[in-house]
Design a binder for this molecule. Structure first.
Ligand SMILES: NC(=O)c1ccc[n+]([C@@H]2O[C@H](COP(=O)([O-])OP(=O)(O)OC[C@H]3O[C@@H](n4cnc5c(N)ncnc54)[C@H](OP(=O)(O)O)[C@@H]3O)[C@@H](O)[C@H]2O)c1
Length: 256
C-alpha cells in the first residue's frame, strides 16, 4: 500500500495523557500532524499541548467508557473541523486475574475500557473518517492477543476482541476506502508496565514505541507489531500445538 505521511493530517488520539498515547502525540506533532488529544486528565493534556507548542494539539477531555460522551466528542470535532483523517483508539487499562479469587468485575472494567471504548470510538468517528483524506482507523491491541498467557484472562481477552474487531472492519471498510491497522506492542515502559511485578523481556521506551507506531501508520500496515524479536517469537509460539505451547509457557513462568 502507498505510504502517506502524517504531515498536515488531522489525528484523534485517545489515552493521550500518559505513556504510549502521549509519546505518539509528540511524534505526530514532530512529523507535522495536527492532533486532537483525549483522556480524562485535562491538566495532563493541557501540559502536553503546551509542550508541543503552537496550535498543533487540541485538547478534548473524554472518558472513553462513556458512549454518549464519545458521540459528543465526535460532534465537537465535526463542528470544529468537519472531518478526521486518522483515529488512533489507544486508551486502555491492564489488570491481572488471580484465579484463586476469580473476580468478574475485573472483566467488566477491562472490557468496558479497552474493548467497548473502541466500539464507541468507531461508532462516533466513522462518519468523520468518511469525510477525511486517506482515512485510517488504528486501534491498540497487544501481542498478548496472539494466544492465552498466564493471568491475562481479562486483559488478553479484551485485546483479542479488539484485534478481531479491527480485522473484520478492515474487510468491511475496504469499499469505503478506510484502511484499518491493529497495533500489537510487546512491553513498553509506561506507568502501566511500571506496576508489573515480573520480568518484561525486550521492554522498549515509549518514544521508541511511538516512532514505530507512526511509521506503521504512514506505511498503512494492517498490523503494527514490535519489538520484532519479541512479537515474532510470540507469533511463532502461538503456532505450536496446544500441548507444546502450554509446556513452553509453563517453562517461561517457572524461569521468571
Ligand atoms: N505499555 C505496554 O507495554 C503495552 C503493551 C501492549 C499494549 N499496550 C496498550 O497500549 C495502550 C496504552 O498503554 P500505556 O502503557 O501507555 O498505558 P498508561 O501509561 O497507563 O496510559 C493509559 C492511557 O489511557 C487513558 N485511559 C485509561 N482509562 C481511560 C478512560 N476511561 N477514558 C479515557 N482515557 C483513559 C489514560 O488517561 P487518563 O487516566 O487521563 O484518562 C492514559 O492516557 C493501552 O491500551 C495498553 O493496553 C501497552
Amino acid at each position: 500500500m502507498r505510504r502517506i505521511t502524517v504531515q498536515d493530517r488531522l489525528v484523534w488520539v485517545t489515552g493521550a495523557s500518559l505513556g504510549i498515547g502521549r509519546a505518539v502525540v509528540v511524534e505526530l506533532v514532530r512529523r507535522g500532524a495536527r492532533v486532537i488529544a483525549s483522556a480524562r486528565n485535562e491538566l495532563a493534556l493541557n501540559e502536553l499541548a503546551r509542550e508541543c507548542g503552537g496550535d498543533r494539539v487540541v485538547v478534548l477531555p473524554l472518558d472513553v467508557t462513556n458512549r454518549q460522551a464519545t458521540l459528543q466528542a465526535a460532534h465537537t470535532i465535526r463542528q470544529q473541523f468537519g472531518y478526521l483523517d486518522i483515529a488512533f483508539l489507544n486508551a486502555g487499562i491492564c489488570e491481572y486475574v488471580d484465579v484463586a479469587t476469580f473476580d468478574s468485575s475485573i472483566f467488566e472494567r477491562t472490557m468496558q475500557t479497552n474493548f467497548l471504548s473502541v466500539v464507541y470510538g468507531v461508532e462516533a468517528m466513522l462518519p468523520l473518517l468518511r469525510a477525511g483524506r486517506h482515512p485510517q482507523l488504528v486501534g491498540m491491541s497487544s501481542t498478548v492477543a496472539y494466544r492465552g498467557l498466564p493471568r491475562a484472562e481479562a486483559y488478553g481477552a479484551s485485546k483479542a476482541a479488539i484485534k478481531h474487531l479491527l480485522e473484520s472492519l478492515d474487510l468491511d471498510l475496504l469499499k469505503d476506502g478506510i484502511s484499518v491497522s491493529v497495533v500489537c506492542p510487546g512491553f513498553v515502559k509506561t506507568p502501566l508496565t511500571d506496576r508489573n511485578d515480573f520480568p518484561m523481556p525486550f521492554r522498549i521506551e515509549a518514544h521508541e514505541a511511538a516512532r514505530r507506531i507512526v511509521d506503521g501508520i504512514e506505511a498503512r500496515n494492517p498490523e503494527i507489531h514490535f519489538p520484532k524479536r519479541f512479537s515474532l517469537l510470540l507469533k511463532l509460539l502461538s503456532l505450536l500445538p496446544h500441548c507444546l505451547y502450554i509446556r513452553a509457557c509453563a517453562r517461561m513462568v517457572h524461569s521468571s
